[in-house]
Design a protein around this ligand. Structure first.
Ligand code: 6PG
Length: 256
């Protein structure tokens, strides 16, 4: 296929690209805003979960600089982390540090609604899950987040669910620690598939030419039948009742 020619990546759910990265980011910000408004309207509170890495940075900038998003009910919104590196919160590898600096610090969101992973605790994943369940008032079963923002690595990992890593098989927890030879150091705390797949809306944000080969591999795996989430963890994202939308810039969607 000639570089740059439109490639219709067949992915489950909906694919949103737009004419440019900025165009697509605006669509993603609007989708997130709509999910927050809907949740507060229906339940009086919104629970969103955000990923780290570099890809979401333009989205966070859009959400806290565009006046349109200033009027969202941030006072009734809780921000959780999809995953976290087990480093101090002021470390330059901390996802919370980036998310707080680029987004949360600029929003009228109560301090107690911003939920960093307690990486300094003895068992951070268990402590985070206890805080999560207490806040949502769900002691048993899997709580439903309103909006989960995921990224995807070149190895098709999402959250900190890395290929062939122990966390892929965890189905009785919402959060778990993850480590091992396929997990990019440092060790992580990550959401598990059950929590991701119980969300009302899941958005997978992928940008840049470098991610196109992995997206094609993921699309081909879906087309071949039952893709292996052990090899391609993002294919384990299959919301049971919620929506799945891939937000791709033209470079990621079409390649060079
Ligand atoms: C992390 C992220 C991770 C991220 C992907 C993509 O802790 O690294 O949460 O899951 O979404 O690795 O990272 P980039 O956006 O930097 O490509």
């Amino acid at each position: 296929m000639a570089p740059g020619s439109p490639v219709s990546l067949r992915l489950p759910g909906q694919v949103v690209t737009g004419k440019s990265r900025d165009d697509m980011i605006e669509s993603l910000a609007a989708a997130m805003a709509s999910a927050i408004r809907q949740a507060v309207l229906e339940r009086g509170v919104a629970h969103i979960a955000l990923s780290g890495g570099s890809t979401p940075k333009p989205l966070f900038l859009q959400l806290c600089t565009d006046p349109l998003f200033g009027f969202l009910p941030w006072q009734q919104t809780h921000a959780w982390l999809v995953d976290e590196r087990q480093v101090p919160l002021d470390h330059d590898k901390s996802n919370y540090r980036m998310i707080h600096e680029l987004l949360l610090a600029h929003l009228p969101m109560p301090e107690e609604h911003r939920h960093p992973v307690p990486v300094d605790r003895h068992e951070p994943a268990e402590a985070y899950e206890a805080e999560f369940r207490r806040t949502l008032g769900v002691a048993e079963g899997v709580p439903a987040l309103d909006f989960v923002l995921l990224g995807m690595g070149d190895d098709a990992h999402t959250a900190s669910l890395f290929p062939l890593s122990p966390a892929l098989g965890v189905d009785d927890r919402c959060f778990v620690e993850n480590g091992g030879p396929t997990v990019v150091p440092p060790d992580r705390v990550t959401m598990t598939y059950p929590l991701i797949n119980h969300a009302r809306e899941v958005a997978v944000l992928v940008t840049g030419t470098a991610k196109h080969p992995t997206l094609r591999e993921v699309a081909e795996a879906y087309e071949s039948g039952e893709p292996s989430f052990h090899q391609l963890p993002v294919t384990g994202v299959r919301p049971h009742a919620g929506s799945l939308t891939w937000f791709l810039d033209p470079e990621a969607a079409m390649g060079a």
